[in-house]
Design a binder for this molecule. Structure first.
Ligand SMILES: [Zn+2]
Length: 302
């Protein structure tokens, strides 16, 4: 399918099938898969009574998975992956997928070079690859990002290696927090911890919580954000740096979901330092580098 047809399919879905009851923000997405199939869909929101709403991109990939899946995971297993995507929104400028969608889109794309086209009600459009939108998606075994870091560096990615996890104060605090992680006995998820530094100079820690049934736990970073938000009511904490530690030899970067969360409570000015490490290595980069062209900042004003 050519680009114009895919964009048209995304627009049709956004105009006719989106259900944005809370935001009135209509979004449509269309994906072309490696077997030639096209799927499209809109975003779905309720009026705030539950948390079941989802973006157009994830709704569409979930529908494709249920009808012809399972979709492959970073090109491994499954039946198909997507090779081109289009997003349309009723906004003045083109939007980009949010961090949560970038996670799912990265995992189900046939290659990091798969293109994401975006158009809006205005004349401009944008084109990115999914690899540009989430450079450290964790394509290696167990979510390892070592190979992606090397490829990213060659492409100009701004990231530097640290001496070790315990040489960095924020990752060190995250290491202590990690030991409080809660995971069910059947899970093989490595434990992790996070530490946030706010503009006010406060630090807030979090650790991985995975529960077996309700799915209301969270990643170490999301739990640290919750801890920060439970502070004095007169102000929202603004994050200027974050450290993430994953126990073991597998090096993981913050997920797109975590990066989107940090994006929303970041300091108004300046970038956010992001440090992450495991028992073997540690790195330092920034939020703008890990989540370029973020959803929301310009389009929705936060
Ligand atoms: Zn999204």
């Amino acid at each position: 399918m050519n680009t114009e047809h895919l964009l048209q399919a995304a627009k049709e879905a956004g105009l006719n099938r989106a259900r944005p009851l809370a935001s009135n923000f209509k979004v449509g997405a269309a994906f072309e898969f490696s077997n030639g199939a096209i799927f499209s869909g809109g975003n779905t929101e309720d009026r705030g009574k539950t948390i079941v709403g989802a973006c157009a991109e994830r709704n569409t990939l979930a529908a494709a998975n249920n009808q012809m899946g399972p979709l492959s995971e970073y090109g491994i297993g499954g039946t198909v992956g997507w090779r081109q995507a289009a997003v349309w929104a009723n906004t003045p400028g083109p939007i980009t997928p949010c961090g949560i969608c970038r996670d799912f889109m990265s995992a189900t794309a046939v290659t990091p070079e798969a293109q994401v086209l975006s158009q809006c009600e205005g004349p401009s459009r944008s084109i990115f690859t999914i690899g540009e939108l989430l450079p450290l998606a964790g394509r290696g075994p167990g979510g390892d990002v070592k190979d992606e870091i090397e490829a990213w560096r060659l492409n100009g990615g701004k990231i530097t290696q640290l001496a070790s996890s315990d040489s960095n104060p924020l990752i060190s605090r995250a290491m202590v927090a990690a030991d409080r992680s809660y995971v069910p006995p059947f899970s093989n998820e490595p434990i992790s911890g996070a530490s946030l530094l706010t503009e006010a100079g406060e630090t807030h820690e979090g650790f991985l919580v995975i529960d077996a049934t309700t799915r209301l736990g969270g990643t170490a970073i999301s739990m640290a954000v919750r801890s920060a938000l439970v502070g004095p009511a007169e102000r929202t904490p603004r994050v200027i740096a974050v450290g993430l530690y994953t126990k073991g030899d597998v090096l993981r970067a913050p997920t797109g979901c975590d990066l989107q969360l940090l994006q929303e409570i970041r300091a108004k000015h300046g970038d956010v330092d992001v440090m992450f490490g495991c028992d073997k290595s540690a790195y330092k980069t920034t939020l703008d580098a890990l989540l370029p062209h973020p959803f929301g900042r310009n389009d929705l004003g936060y």
